[in-house]
Design a protein around this ligand. Sequence first.
Ligand code: ADP
Length: 611
Amino acid sequence: MREKKKKSSEKNTKFVGETLAFMLKTAAKEKPSLFFCYLGLFLAELAMNLKNILIPKFLIDELLLVINGAPVESHLHTIIVCALLLVGIDFVATGCKNIAESIKNTLGEWFNQYFAVMLSEHAMGMDYEHTENPQALDQLNKAKEGISWYSGGVVGILDYFYQIVLNVTIFVSVAAIILVKCPLIFPVQIVALLFDSFYNAKINKKEEENFLKLAKINRMFGYVLYRLVSFEYGKDIRLYNSSGLMAQKADAYTEDTTNIWKDGAIAGEKNLLKMDVVNCLRAGISYFYIGFLAVAKKISIGDFSMCISASASLYSSLNRMIDCGMEIRKRCNYAYQFLLFLEYPRAMQTGEKKVSGGEHVIEFSDVSFRYPRSEKYVLRHINLTIHSGEHLSIVGLNGAGKTTFIKLLCRLYAVTEGKIYIDGVDIMEYSEEEYRKLFAVVFQDFKLFAFTLRENITLGDWDFSEEEIARVLKLSGFYEDAGKLEKGLDTMIYKSFDEKGTELSGGQQQKVAISRALYRNAPIVILDEPTAALDPVAEYDIYRKFNSLVGGKTAIYISHRLSSCKFCDHIAVFAEDTIKEYGTHEELVHKKDGIYAQMFFTQAKHYIDIA
Ligand code: ADP
């Protein structure tokens, strides 16, 4: 039991230390001026605090001397200096404090943006399979909320660290006064403080528990809200009348959230009330004791004033230190979720090998695969070699595993059994960045971004070539349509951020996605049924052009329209979780009772032979 407690407290200090070190390092590296803000605040607040304790003592003692008959001239000088210091320190310190605060807050905003960018960069670079892992998604949400408004980020945490440094300094200063003038104040303050901290810890614990509970609810809530307002899902929501369902779900989440907050607020209020009682008792006992010392003439009236302020300061500085310590612990716990997310374990191993230039041979060697967290194999014993420059067509019914095959080849998932080799090397041994360069893929569920048409095609290639963009647009058949757009290539896709943006039809979007793949100029080109929204003639046209364009490159096509397969060197027919047939169009179409032959002739009945 004791061992367990020790381990948990070690863990606590570890995450506080790690998070604090991370925040200090980040501040020192990115914006060291933040430390000057804290130095300014420190000097201003220390001066204001000590001024309130020390100067009234001298002022009162001098005034009492004058009241009791001492000559005014000999005390006037000190009285004036004290009065000027009282006003002057306030004036200068408040000015400095305000300036430092406003610079600090601006820097705080800068750090919030900095972390938001860091978070999204990391999320985008995560293993693809994490994007459907609820644990990883919850961790992403905890990181997002933990690093922003829960912890307040760099400034939210360093504010409390700074408060500890300031209050330790104030504590040491006032403790010296108390020890000399009214030492019995110490035990009273300490006992009160222990009670106070106990109740405070209870409040913090409750808040932390609620943070973890809320992370999942907030994510689900965000999902529903996003669906409610998104253009992308607008049609489905309206046509299937699902806004009622969304609203019902949102209501349920709102109720859960409200209950958690209510529970936290009730627990908080109870403990705050107890803290108030303790505080009243502490102040009453302290003032009684200091008053007694003054009445018994053990201290002067000036000392009385100083001891009252010092005792209040002693308690408040001690209290602040403990509060800030607990607040730091709590905030570091929230922000630590961000550090955990940055270190979220990779789902897949990755290597360092570089991909060689020139020709590439792809080999699937007895590959079987089931999706993470699923028991069912969707591919079994896949053996296939795709030679450099070969054009392969993959066909099969829905759910046969065609897209999964492509995802494995693109290394979005790791195979469960077997190996995939490129140029004789296990693909997991290649560096991820290098490996990705091999492919230009258009998936069925490709996404365009709410950026300009040019950005959607060049995707971060800053040295883009206008001729190349025009060339790929002509190949995909979108060149003329693009020319009709008011701002041409600078037209925003979607109207999310620009009312003059364009809402492209499904077929047009596919042409843009195909242009993007062509622009990438990678040695292996994959089209995973991206032409579903095109009419058969447009699809035929694209595949024909595409085929001549990719020429010597390796190309893999998935299409439901088998007329497109005629262009390919080989056809692999996926069925029953594996490759059931493999050969050329001529071989397969004449295979008696063959799956491909059956599919081809069924389709041929519906289409005029456009080949
Ligand atoms: P196809 O492209 O031939 O239509 P898929 O490769 O998309 O087939 O899907 C093959 C099987 O894998 C289907 O049963 C599908 O439900 C399942 N599947 C696809 N994606 C996932 C996923 N992310 N997690 C779990 N199962 C999946």
